[in-house]
Design a protein around this ligand. Structure first.
Ligand SMILES: [Fe+2]
Length: 384
């Protein structure tokens, strides 16, 4: 715990020092001293490590407003850091070509005047872009907060007409996820009136003791729920959660499946643990072949697998459709621009040979209450 505290503080400290130096021209122009500027920014490096230290070492629970505030701050800081980095790279590209930059500013300027004029224009540019960057970070964070808590959009995917299946994913129940938002999600899910729900992992960020009350809100769903674990279940006591959700009526699919028949058609629904689950629980190896072994040749075969990275194994095992989550399509800037570096599919419907894969970008949110360009989603499939 101490190593985590020191490492995270060092990384966050370096990030905050970078931010402080880069927006200082703007703060000075507002009339603040350098000492005031640093005092305003640098303590933020301690917020997240202190929150974790408190959460895991104190018998007193953290007020949800404080938990939420720290995560909003973290989202703001990471967006600001990325924007400032992008701005610096842009400046670097300009400054490295000085003759071109000089010409661009004033082609008729005499060479003896160019140096001082260039310097003053650079300073003005630093002040201006620092202010614009800071304002943009606040705007993105504010908009991201509103989008993260909006009523989920309902996306419909028609691959047949026999069964209606509603997918939700990545709820990430946590001390900060508002009860009102969970109730809104449950209400939206019930309005889709499916044959059954599927949940594709990352239910929780916390223990059963911490989040039991919020999890119980999910018993209001009006159809059976089948689910698989996500990677976050393994950070939160996966076995305890599987047992607890079973008590609430959710059916967990562990490299296993079940068949449905309707209007002369057959459906096989199966699921695997998260692809990284066995690193924490060795018995939780993700095995699509085993999960699909109970199916019959004429079945329409659906595999629930938290991460899209399971797709090659699912296709090889003979699934017709894989349903996943996990990516949040990056959730907010800058991660929404980088997601494809980590995952083969960010969101939506894709094909891998004969198999379809659908990636739900998440119904809740992870960490900062911040979604930019990726609203919460519920997906309704018609299959068979
Ligand atoms: Fe995940």
């Amino acid at each position: 715990m101490l190593a985590f505290f020191l490492t995270s503080t060092a990384i966050l400290g370096a990030g905050h020092i970078y931010i402080a130096f880069k927006i200082m021209p703007f703060l000075l122009a507002l009339g603040l001293s350098k000492t005031m500027g640093f005092s305003l920014i640098l303590p933020g490096a301690l917020f997240m490590p202190a929150l974790f230290f408190w959460r895991f070492n104190s018998p007193f629970s953290i007020p949800s407003w404080l938990y939420t505030g720290v995560y909003i701050h973290f989202g703001l800081v990471s967006t600001l850091f990325a924007l400032l980095l992008a701005r610096d790279m842009f400046h670097l590209a300009i400054y490295t070509g000085q003759s071109g930059w000089n010409y661009l500013l004033n082609p008729s300027i005499k060479s003896s005047q160019s140096s001082s004029l260039l310097q003053s224009r650079r300073e003005f540019l630093e002040f201006l872009t620092a202010g614009v960057t800071l304002g943009s970070a606040f705007l993105l964070t504010g908009a991201g907060y509103l989008i993260a808590h909006q009523k989920p959009i309902i996306r419909r995917v028609k691959l047949g007409s026999t069964w209606k299946i509603t997918q939700f994913s990545d709820l990430h129940l946590s001390p900060s996820l508002p009860v009102s938002f969970i109730n809104e999600i449950v209400s939206s899910l019930n309005q889709t009136e499916p044959d059954f729900f599927v949940f594709t992992g990352d239910l929780v960020d916390g223990t059963v003791e911490e989040l039991e009350g919020k999890a119980r809100l999910l018993t209001q769903l009006n159809a059976p729920v089948y689910w698989v674990t996500g990677n976050h279940e393994y950070y939160s006591g996966a076995e305890n959660w599987i047992n607890f959700m079973s008590q609430l009526g959710w059916q967990y699919l562990h490299n296993s499946g079940l068949r449905f028949s309707k209007k002369g058609k057959n459906l096989y629904l199966c699921g695997v643990p998260d692809i990284t689950g066995s690193k924490i629980l060795p018995s939780h190896i993700s095995d699509p072949q085993k999960a699909l072994s109970g199916s019959l040749p004429d079945d329409f075969k659906i595999l629930l697998a938290h991460q899209p990275r399971s797709a090659p194994a699912a296709e090889k095992a003979g699934a017709h459709l894989q349903l996943s989550g996990h990516t949040h399509n990056g959730q907010y800037f800058p991660y929404n621009t980088l997601i494809r570096l980590a995952q083969p599919y960010g969101k939506g419907l894709h094909s891998l040979k004969q198999m379809k894969i659908y990636v739900n970008p998440g119904t809740g949110y992870w960490g900062p209450p911040n979604r930019v360009g990726v609203p919460p989603e519920i997906t309704v499939f018609e299959v068979g």
